[in-house]
Design a protein around this ligand. Structure first.
Ligand code: NAD
Length: 213
């Protein structure tokens, strides 16, 4: 199957294409060219065409890609039919921000639980999401059929949380803590560090600064 062999970067860009397409979707605009998508995402039209060819989508040369059709096609690749359930572990600043930001954004991914150790947060509902004690992670994940976990606990707690997530049946983990993790090859792990993004921007800002002198 095409979808199984997609490069990780292509999957990342498909999500970005869908986000951009949803933004430009309007009654007046029904079609979009690869160069328009490329311009929005600061990549080349060749890259866009290559990614879309990988998912078996080719547009109309004269009219471009049908926006609605493409959004649906990307959805068929990225999402599952029934959708997937997500839990946040660590309902602090970042965990709460994630839940609020995510609310209502995607129909196929639902945030259904948060876990914490702080008694002030447990058995409360935050933005529609109930918070449970971390010791109930296995029980709740199995009961709610949660297969994705987002780690937003302090760094020293992250490896133990990753282990508990895997034992509870997680198939995907997004790690926001600065602690790099090791998990079974059957669990997809994505690690995101804001400082890395900022340092990348700072590096290119420095280069642009030097160029303009
Ligand atoms: P925070 O202190 O506000 O929140 C951490 C939460 O985790 C608290 O509610 C705490 O009670 C809970 N917690 C602690 N140990 C736990 C455990 N064993 N099980 C369950 N819950 C537990 O911290 P924050 O600012 O939200 O940051 C959270 C993590 O994200 C940190 O590791 C931080 O370094 C990282 N962070 C990452 C980025 C990024 O870009 N990746 C940005 C900011 C923060």
């Amino acid at each position: 199957m095409i979808a199984k062999n997609l490069p990780h970067k292509t999957v990342e860009r498909l999500s970005q294409y869908r986000r951009s397409l949803l933004l430009i979707l309007s009654n007046e605009k029904t079609h979009v060219f690869s160069h328009e998508i490329a311009q929005m995402l600061h990549i080349t039209p060749v890259q866009v065409r290559r990614d879309l060819m990988l998912i078996g989508y080719s547009g109309n040369l004269r009219k471009g890609y049908d926006i609605k059709e493409l959004i649906e096609m990307i959805g068929n690749i990225i999402d599952t039919e029934k959708g997937q359930k997500v839990a946040v572990i660590g309902l602090g600043n970042l965990g709460k921000a994630f839940i609020s930001y995510f609310k209502g954004k995607r129909t196929k991914l639902t945030m259904v639980a948060a876990f914490d150790i702080n008694p002030d947060k447990i058995d409360r509902i935050y933005d529609g999401v109930p918070c449970y004690h971390i010791d109930r992670i296995s029980e709740i994940m199995k009961k709610e059929n949660i297969n994705i976990g987002i780690i937003t606990v302090p760094a020293d707690q992250a490896p133990g949380i990753a282990e508990r997530l895997v034992l509870a049946g997680a198939k995907g983990i997004l790690n926001y803590s600065p602690k790099p993790l090791n998990v079974s090859p059957y669990v997809y792990l994505e690690e995101y560090d804001m400082i890395t993004s900022l340092e990348k921007v700072a590096f290119f800002a420095k280069k642009n600064d030097e160029r303009s002198k």
